[in-house]
Design a protein around this ligand. Structure first.
Ligand SMILES: [Zn+2]
Length: 381
């Protein structure tokens, strides 16, 4: 079957390959653009060009309160990818909720090709409790793909996979560091899937970590289902971080451009992300009180002092050194440390000499972007 012909003003969406019917081309009035089919999510049917918030039932609390997962659906008039954005899969990772808010305010979504499904709060239990976990202390993002008859987390994961994930063709999952830990804006993707890698590059975060997904994660399940997925990590649990939010909003829009869901804008050449194939946490060899000296995004060389750990009752003090060169992509913000505590997360990159320029350029590009392009009128501090 030939490609459907769309003679609307967004001609660039259709490429040069669409076969043009001569009669239609010669006709003085353009035929209406073909609409895509309705999109069904939960018990809702969304018509092309329609936008709505869908409540998908996910059981009840023991108070008999109904529990739903809410999803914003923007169903474009014309067919295209179905992109799923998820946040707060870990209930205390709230940065992504704000990324979703700003994304949904962008006027350019009115000309969407395909479908955008945005779930700002996946782990509603954890979000209410301001906790990463579920009420049974399990981690929802270690419970995938789950099962219909398993634990609470397992059932939620199974339902989420069946009712939402499988309806989508591409996924961006938004995370932050755990409590008391900050992550430098970074995207994680498996190097085994070319589409995921392309999405990671398009996102244009400062760093891309090529890493296989962990067992039990939504990313692992999506990979197994052949659904391209990237994970964006930035900021700290229970906090908003303006730069992390802006890089996230811009990143999602960049991916939507590359998937053909949004009209391509004429824009300047972007600075490409740095790639890392290996990253490790540097852990405390002693317990005590830590003074940290390196910020996120800092480039360190092997032997640099990252921190000192001291005892409040003696002269004991020990330096924590960088065991290898790289970029600080995660750090602990709590100065009270037990032996074995993760302190600094360092990513190795091959082009370290150029890394500083690259990181500065990307952060300048985001800082200089127009607020309207990032869905925001005010900056949080
Ligand atoms: Zn997380």
């Amino acid at each position: 079957m030939p490609e459907p012909i769309d003679l609307s003003t967004d001609a660039e969406h259709d490429g040069a390959t669409a076969a043009v019917d001569e009669t239609a081309a010669l006709a003085s009035t353009k035929p209406p653009a073909p609409l895509q089919a309705d999109f069904v999510l939960g018990n809702s049917q969304i018509a092309p060009g329609q936008r709505m918030v869908v409540d998908i039932p996910f059981g009840k609390l023991y108070t008999h309160t109904e529990l739903n997962i809410g999803a914003h659906v923007i169903h474009g008039k014309r067919p295209g990818p179905v992109l799923l954005i998820t946040a707060a899969l870990h209930g205390d990772e709230i940065n992504g909720v704000e990324i979703c808010r700003r994304l949904l305010r962008l006027p350019r979504l009115n000309n969407l090709k395909g479908t955008l499904v945005v779930v700002p709060i996946v782990n509603t239990y954890g979000f209410v409790q301001q906790s990463r976990y579920l009420p049974d202390r399990r981690d929802l993002n270690r419970s995938f793909p789950g099962s219909e008859k398993g634990s609470l987390g397992s059932r939620m994961a199974w339902q989420f996979t069946d009712r939402i994930l499988k309806k989508c063709t591409h996924v961006i999952d938004l995370h932050t560091g755990a409590i008391h830990r900050s992550n430098y804006p970074q995207v994680r993707a498996t190097s085994k899937d070319k589409v995921s890698l392309k999405m990671a590059e398009s996102f244009n975060a400062p760093i891309i970590i090529k890493a296989a997904s962990r067992d039990g994660t939504m990313r692992g399940t999506a990979n197994g289902l052949g659904i391209p997925i990237i994970l964006y990590e930035a900021g700290e649990a229970l906090r908003f971080d303006e730069q992390a939010i802006n890089i996230g909003v811009r990143g999602i829009v960049n991916v939507m451009h590359s998937l053909g869901m949004l009209r391509t804008l004429k824009r300047q050449q972007k600075t490409g992300s740095l790639f890392s194939k290996k990253s490790s946490w540097i852990r405390a060899e002693h317990d005590g009180i830590a003074r940290y000296y390196q910020r996120l995004g800092q480039i360190v060389t092997a032997g640099d002092v990252l921190a000192h750990i001291y005892s409040p009752y003696s002269d004991f003090e020990v330096a924590v050194l960088a065991p290898f060169s790289g970029i600080i992509i995660g750090r602990n913000n709590l100065p009270l440390v037990n032996e074995g505590e993760a302190l600094f997360h360092i990513a190795e990159v091959s082009e370290l000499a150029e890394a500083e320029k690259t990181l500065d350029a990307i952060s300048d590009e985001v800082d200089n972007a127009m607020p309207a392009a990032l869905g925001n009128d005010y900056s949080v501090v």
